[in-house]
Design a protein around this ligand. Sequence first.
Ligand code: NAD
Length: 473
Amino acid sequence: MNVTPFWLAGRPETGDGELTVTHPYDGRVVGTAAVPTPAQVEEAIAAADALRKQAAALPLHVRAEALAHVSARLAERAEEVARLITAENGKPLLWARGEVTRAISTFRFAAEEARRFSATTQRLDTDPAAEGRMAYITRVPKGPVLGISPFNFPLNLAAHKIAPAIAAGAPIVLKPAPATPLSALLLGELLAETGLPAGMFSILPVPNDRASALVDDPRLPIVSFTGSVPVGWAINDQAPRKHVTLELGGNGAAVVLPDADLDWAAQRIGLFSNYQAGQSCIAVQRVYVDRSVYEEFVPKLVDTVASLVTGDPWDDKTQVGPLVSQEAAERVEAWVDEAVAAGAKVLTGGTREGAAYAPTVLAGVPADAKISREEVFGPVMFVQPVDGVDEAFDLVNDSKFGLQAGIFTRNLDIAFRAHRELDVGGVVIGDVPSYRADQMPYGGVKDSGVGREGLRSAMADYTEERVMIFTGL
Ligand code: NAD
């Protein structure tokens, strides 16, 4: 089997070791990725650092054309890329294709933002002491970006690190997840076609035990991390002087109110608790249903979940495939067993076969069970009746996480109240918390992280304002 090279300052390289990538559904080897030596990592960082000023001065049309090129080439190679995602991650083709479509948009949005990346002016003579003065303001990259991406969206979350960096004029060193490096490395091929200066990007699948050194390196002053809560906050503690963005976990809540379209709510919640086998930071995990519609809603939800198509991720019809590993599925199983031992009832699912866990709905889950409090990151949700909006919103906020919440209502007052009162990065009205448009600000509060992604937000994060003041105007 060919070894997939990594990308060192824009060129393909092999190192002194290999990562073996296996398919979660049947454990077969689907590829190997070259691992860089410490000297090669040093070369990549030095190249990014050396390019700092030149990258910041790259003409906007050059950035925009490079990003648009990657978007167009991803579209041309969409099916091949989707198959690579399914091979390394195990997500069904249905979702892998969706991820490629999103990555195409992510690069396209970044190209659009690059064209809008302009300077502003501010008259300062609102103050008598500043008469005749004016400020010219640009946004300047804080320096090269260290992007660290997780396994669950191996292409699009790599895109969310790389695309805004290029648009903002910042070199980037990306470290993909060791389980799923191949789609990020394929992105390297497309970036290499753009003719961007050497040093603008490196994609280095270094193992976790060597990732700390990247976080420590002062030449990478921005760290954009997407991944688990403990690793994210440890990175934040490790690098207090850096600008750290953390996109971490959640235990997404959906609220179903009496005025909701119950069929729609059941379909959406049923699917988006289980898409990607629940391995999404905004998957639905907690479902709070107004007591007046609980009895009517729950059978609809259970029916939807029980009829999801599970199994082989290569089958076009499969909606729920395996988790990333058998260990991950065993952990989910243990958490469900714990809840059941404490009195929870399984309404559907609750079984495991290898790395696959059946889409599961629980009821009567105690408030202190892991399924209530932690991030399950598997195809499991629980339903709970609530008496009205106050109780529902209190329960949504009763979580250490705060990424997004979904409120099924048609009432505008309640929508605005949700936006005001829920401690989350985003409120989705009339749909699941799992909805994300790639151009919008996206991120969380509390343990779920700090900072926002989405092209414009990430570009703002990677840059800071620099002012030039004109005198005597
Ligand atoms: P993870 O934390 O295990 O790994 C994420 C990345 O961090 C990987 O590239 C990994 O190699 C790297 N890493 C691990 N230890 C490191 C260290 N000490 N120093 C530097 N890097 C290190 O997470 P995962 O299992 O790949 O992803 C799942 C998690 O990601 C879930 O908690 C999920 O909610 C979260 N996630 C969040 C978002 C979001 O946007 N908020 C999106 C997707 C996934």
